[in-house]
Design a binder for this molecule. Sequence first.
Ligand code: G3P
Ligand code: CA
Length: 349
Amino acid sequence: MKLHLVAAVVSAALSLPGAVGAATLNTLDGQAPIVIAHRGAAGYLPEHTLGGYELAIQLGADYIEPDLALTKDGVLVAMHDTTLRGTTNVATVFPGREGEPVRNFTYAEIQQLTVTPRGPQAGTTYPGFTPSMANPYRVPTFQEVLDFLVDYNTANGTQIGIYPEAKSPTSELGSRQIVQQLNAAGFNSANDKVFIQSFDLNALRAIARIQEEEGSKQRLAALGGVSLLSSGEYSIGGLTLAEIATFADGVGVSLSGQALTQGFVDAAHALGLIVHGYTLRPLTQEASDAQIATLFQLGYDGWFTDYTDRTRASLDAILPPSPVPLPAGGLLLVGGLGALAFVRRRKAA
Ligand code: G3P
Ligand code: CA
């Protein structure tokens, strides 16, 4: 009886909201999935801008995600599309050149552009949000994104991570710059909150080599759709998960087809691969809740989302309570044992 009571008290102390040893999740490391701000706050503001990244952080992002392209003069800038016409006023500033690839423009030319919003709920303002920087909606360099993030983390005591993508066309020059600039900003080890991602798996292999040469080891994520081979293996970008696991730490997958099966998530996790999914674009909180309920159950380790606030809210509603700090758990335990002693004294009396 007494042993049962002690066990119950200890158990209560350890299982109350987030106590030490809180419930393990289906994720690879048992920790909460991460929320990756896809192209910044793409659902609300011009994508891949400092203003957008800042809003995304304020909406609850764990990581910000810049897609990276090289200019004609070899500057890495944050840009998703291969041309500038879909997201900037290039047609107005450089009429006749709107169909040219980003790599035809110098950085000085790209600096003259303003990024324009796209998406059904995007605009140039967000209620209650005032960007902290001058010119929040021009095309930033990767260096400016890193400087912004480091300054933000320092000023606010946060540890927001970064998830840069080497966009096609990839190049040795661009890949090396990504690694070097991350290193200089302090995002240089597997323990730092950084992933480098690419759909170009040859480029990702090259980045693994570049990391060795540059003395760093950021985690790598291979992007693509998931296929199930007749052998029973899953593949992404023409490589099996086992092959990907020889040089990458995770996969970022299109949330459709085989990616939505338990077999795929389990197979990736069995190889030690982190599983992130793209791209969540829920237009309502209810739609987000339904998405996350399914994906959370599958054991996904995180998602790229255009609506960080909705994904964060869905996740927070479904996660077990967060950990009670050890001292608080200890106090609970002491209190429980004190109560037990009181009961014993009453019984003896
Ligand atoms: O990088 C993951 C996700 O962003 C892939 O989609 O085309 O927006 O880069 P995309
Ligand atoms: Ca991307």
